[in-house]
Design a protein around this ligand. Sequence first.
Ligand code: FAD
Ligand code: DHB
Length: 385
Amino acid sequence: MRTQVAIIGAGPAGLLLSQLLHRQGIDSVVLESRDRAYVERRQRAGMLEQNTTDVLRDTGVGGRLDREGLVHHGLELRFGGAGHRVPITDLTGRTVTIYAQTEIVKDLVERRLADGGDVRFEAEVLAVDPAAPSVTFRQDGTEHVLECDYIAGCDGFHGVSRPAVPDVRTFSREYPFAWLGILADVPPSTDELIYAHHERGFALHSLRSPKVSRLYLQVAPDEDLGAWSDARIWDELAARFATGDGWELREGPITDRAITPMRSFVAEPMRHDRLFLAGDAAHIVPPTGAKGLNLAVADVTVLAEALTERYASGSETLLDGYSERCLRRVWRAEHFSYWMTTLLHTDPGATPFEHRLQRSHLDYVVSSQAAMTSLAENYAGLPLK
Ligand code: FAD
Ligand code: DHB
């Protein structure tokens, strides 16, 4: 079995790469260990930078995004019982869009299959050979070898690609908290996202549609999900979002809940021989800055451009620059995500001095046009080129 580009993982990175390559006449096979329903239902990201929506549209999967995506022009920082709006579009000229990762994955799978693309579910990659490029995978109980020109490791943080990069250098940071995320059948209590800092911990009010809310609570890293009844979740959210002006959090049936650990992680370089890492396989950010999916899209956009040049002209110049070009953007997002996380979460180990510094920092961000613009331009996403 042979293809031009073997893609490991049918998350947003792998699926979008396959679609970008298809548009340039380059063949690929996508191998995904889970089944289709699982990858289409896994609740994760929701906030898309304008770069990301532009790429999805240009790639022919913007139809439902344009109909159902919710375009936002600002966000709210809430602390000390009061809200402060960050007018993203006024400050940057850019918008952000709420459209769930589950929907992007569904749109991409549908498009690839409609175009005759080879996307294989329940096909687990067992081994990667970056030198004589090939991947070994198991499907229906049988092992197969897929030979190729290049391998794209889009298999997330726990995948098999990164360990195939020898001498990889890793950088990481753990945080003393995690997020408990819920999806609830209740109209959002806000039009724009609310990032709340409270002494009991951070909370985020996001949304999925005019009828579905997505909310997150800072919890301990070893938190037991079983200890959180629906009533406890709503009470805790209400306490952290409380304002002095009568604002109320609407409650409804919780349809999904999970705890996500928080970490920062970067692997360098993002390439070895014919193997290229993209998305969470190469880097993780804490979700506060909403950068993970957007970075994955940026990586595969750069990779698709480099592979296109290679097949069109034989030149490997862009492939050779892939890791460095991606890492510049990755480190900016790493810093922003770390910054947003430490700005907004309550560190259980912080001293009273550090709490005062944090409050001063928050006051500064919402009172200085320069500081707010810096937040807005990083949040909305720096241009791809
Ligand atoms: P993944 O989505 O992890 O896909 C990797 C795929 O590879 C998986 O389907 C996996 O099953 C498959 N795989 C693994 N190993 C193998 C193997 N051996 N063989 C075959 N297949 C394999 N990002 C944002 O930009 N905005 C947000 O608002 C945001 N919010 C988030 C909220 C939460 C609660 C979480 C958890 C994340 C959030 N993120 C956000 C991050 C975002 O979800 C990830 O960065 C994104 O999923 C990365 O995509 P990916 O394709 O690189 O990896
Ligand atoms: C969502 C998640 C985030 O991490 C974020 O910063 C904003 C929105 C979401 O799931 O909607």
